[in-house]
Write a protein that binds this ligand. Structure first.
Ligand code: WT7
Length: 617
């Protein structure tokens, strides 16, 4: 089955995707052309019209799913709420009406900075319903990060909450928004959900409570149809410069590939309950909490808080309590659970589970085996899914029940995907050897551009080797043709599954008045995958103290968010540089892992710098 369909999908992609699009999506007006590919710009399903929100909601109301649970929500404190498709539809209609009442129209941008509560999905779908482009900003980001993103896309509205719960404490979302709004001239309105109930200041004329504005709107809304390529969302992600990239996704292709992934990768059954533990602030949340599952009419389980609150067995308790059948999580979480110990898992039955998934970084075979044995009781296949914010949907993965599994390998390309592992000259490297990972064909959920920066889009993804999409990862095919992704080969780190650009952290550090220069590298970390090690040179006359290390760590957390707080700050008199002044990160990496500097140092400007750095180790 897979072989035949895969062959069709790459040999006659227009036939394959055209058929899938007709079968799986609800069209208001049929498309005329499946793909218009003018490298690097793709248009999928031209002339077709649809509404993404209608595909995720309305169509299920008439197909017998009106009273099916769309969403089961559990708050960190244990509060549980279930929303049927009918109820979710009503809430989304209210949101669409509220945004319209505020004057928002198709093409406007709205930022969403929310805790993990159903209203986050309601806000996204409400935007989608009226063609407003949403940009979800992960709740762990700081006010500086909110400001940069809101200004980059010129959002007119921010949808937020008074706060959210994390390990029993309040995350001050509204406070962060207020601070950001001191520097965001485009924002006219703030919609504030009451979640924690603690007191927050409301600015007259600007801020509106959700329960006043949204809850009073009519619960029906006639959705307009939009073109297939109507922008759906912008999601900012880290790259190799200090400025995050606004990855733009559009409607029909994005929805289709995610719907298809639900069908084949998650092998969705009508009684499945999908527990995807990602935050909606990341692409995994967009695609596998909101758009994919709802388009496919699934039930999702959403959890607000920390995996170890009140105890390190929270996920397992959630699975038993709500009978989750699929768990989709990240290797960093799996490794943390491993460290916390099997006993927490064994307290629970977990017999509702039938499928396990992994995403976000390479999963080490040891963690894979633990996941398979202790969590899945050797009954549940593991889908190790490789993809990216930019790819929009799963690209390489085993299919459950179809692909024999190999711990640590993401296995085989999904339909329509042609991965290549190539060398510097663009030749296929022999099986078993490492190279750079490229994609040789356009795919429906691919990013269309970077918001406001098409040049960067071309440079970043399409200029490494002409005609190929450059993923930024290193990889190899083994002798059986299985793909093994090793990790990023650009200046992007993967810390606890969060993508962090070294340049972003460096620019945050040098914005501190005491700092002259900084270089950030990754060091392998047992739990987090990679840890952030920062080499910092101070301005003349500034004393290198232990307190200053803490100040710098806190400064980065304030500038970007606590997810980017450095694990290690090391002061250095100088940084190793080439004669042309480029920082030699390779050397810093070797120092960071505590080894001696081995490789070639002939281009190094001043070896004494390395000697001192090593001595300080
Ligand atoms: C990078 C993309 C896709 C949603 C979450 C991350 C790494 C992702 C895997 C995997 C090995 C993986 C890659 C990729 N990655 N999944 N199954 N095996 N590596 O999205 O923040 O855009 O990060 O995550 O390095 O390039 P993202």
């Amino acid at each position: 089955m897979y072989k035949r369909l895969y062959a069709e999908s790459v040999n006659t992609p227009e036939r394959f995707w055209g058929r899938q699009a007709r079968e799986l999506l609800f069209w208001r007006r049929p498309f005329k052309k499946v793909l218009n590919w003018k490298l690097p710009h793709a248009k999928w399903f031209e002339k077709g019209q649809l509404n993404v929100s209608e595909n995720c909601l309305d169509r299920h109301l008439t197909s017998g799913r009106a009273n099916k649970a769309a969403m089961i929500f559990e708050g960190e404190a244990g509060d549980v709420r279930t929303l049927t498709y009918r109820q979710l539809h009503q809430e989304v209609c209210r949101m669409a009406n509220a945004l319209t009442a505020l004057g928002l129209v198709r093409g406007d941008r709205a930022a969403i900075y929310m805790p993990m509560v159903p209203e986050a999905a309601i806000a996204m779908l409400g935007c989608a319903r009226i063609g407003v482009i949403h940009t979800v900003i992960f709740g762990g980001f700081s006010s500086e990060a909110i400001k940069d993103r809101v200004n980059d896309c010129q959002a007119r509205v921010i949808i937020t909450a008074d706060g959210g719960w994390r390990r029993g404490r309040i995350v001050e979302l509204k406070e962060n928004v207020d601070r950001a709004l001191a520097g965001t001239p485009t924002v006219e309105r703030v919609i504030v959900l009451k979640r924690t109930g603690h007191e927050v200041p409301m600015v007259e004329g600007r801020d509106r409570w959700w329960h006043d504005l949204v809850a009073s709107q009519p619960s029906s809304h006639k959705a307009k149809a939009f073109g297939s390529e109507n922008p759906l969302f912008i999601l900012y992600t880290s790259g190799s410069t200090g400025k995050p990239k606004g990855v733009l996704h559009t409607s029909a292709g994005y929805l289709l590939q995610n719907h298809l992934a639900m069908k084949y990768v998650f092998d969705l059954k009508d009684d499945d309950i999908l527990f995807c533990t990602a935050d909606v602030g990341w692409v995994t949340g967009h695609s596998y909490i909101v758009y994919g599952p709802l388009s496919a009419g699934a039930t999702i389980l959403m959890y607000e808080g920390a995996p170890n609150h009140p105890e390190p067995d929270r996920f397992w308790a959630l699975i038993d309590r709500h009978h989750a059948t699929i768990l989709y999580t990240a290797p960093t979480a799996i490794r943390a659970f491993m460290r916390w110990g099997d006993a927490y898992v064994k307290r629970h039955r977990l017999d509702s589970l039938r499928l396990l998934g992994s995403v976000g970084e390479p999963i080490n075979p040891e963690a894979w085996m633990w996941y398979y044995t202790v969590v899945g009781k050797k009954r549940c296949p593991i889908i190790d899914t490789w993809w990216q914010t930019e790819t929009g949907a799963i690209m390489v993965t085993p299919l459950p029940g179809v692909t024999p599994l190999k711990p640590g390998s993401c296995a085989m390309p999904f339909f329509g995907v042609v991965p290549k592992v190539l060398d510097e000259q663009g030749n296929d490297v022999p099986r078993g050897s490492g190279g750079r990972l490229f994609l040789a064909k356009p795919w429906p959920a691919m990013l269309r551009t970077l918001w406001g920066d098409d040049d960067r889009f071309r440079r970043q993804y399409w200029s490494e080797l002409p005609g190929y999409y450059f993923a930024g990862d290193g990889a190899r095919f083994d002798k059986d043709g299985y793909l093994w992704v090793v990790g990023r080969i650009d200046d992007v780190l993967n810390v606890s599954g969060h993508r962090i650009g070294t340049a972003e952290v460096e620019s945050a550090i040098v914005s501190h008045p005491f700092v002259a220069e900084a270089a950030v590298v990754g060091r392998p970390d047992e739990i987090k995958g990679q840890a952030l090690v920062c080499f910092v040179t101070l301005k003349n006359g500034i004393e290198a103290t232990a307190e200053l290390k803490e100040v710098i760590r806190a400064h980065v957390a304030k500038e970007i968010g606590s997810l980017a707080r450095p694990d290690d700050v090391r002061f250095a008199a100088g940084l190793p540089k080439t004669r042309s002044g480029k920082i030699m990160r390779r050397i810093l990496k070797e120092i960071a892992v505590g080894g001696v500097v081995k490789g070639d140092t002939t281009t190094l400007e001043d070896f004494a710098v390395v000697a001192t750095l090593q001595a300080e180790e």
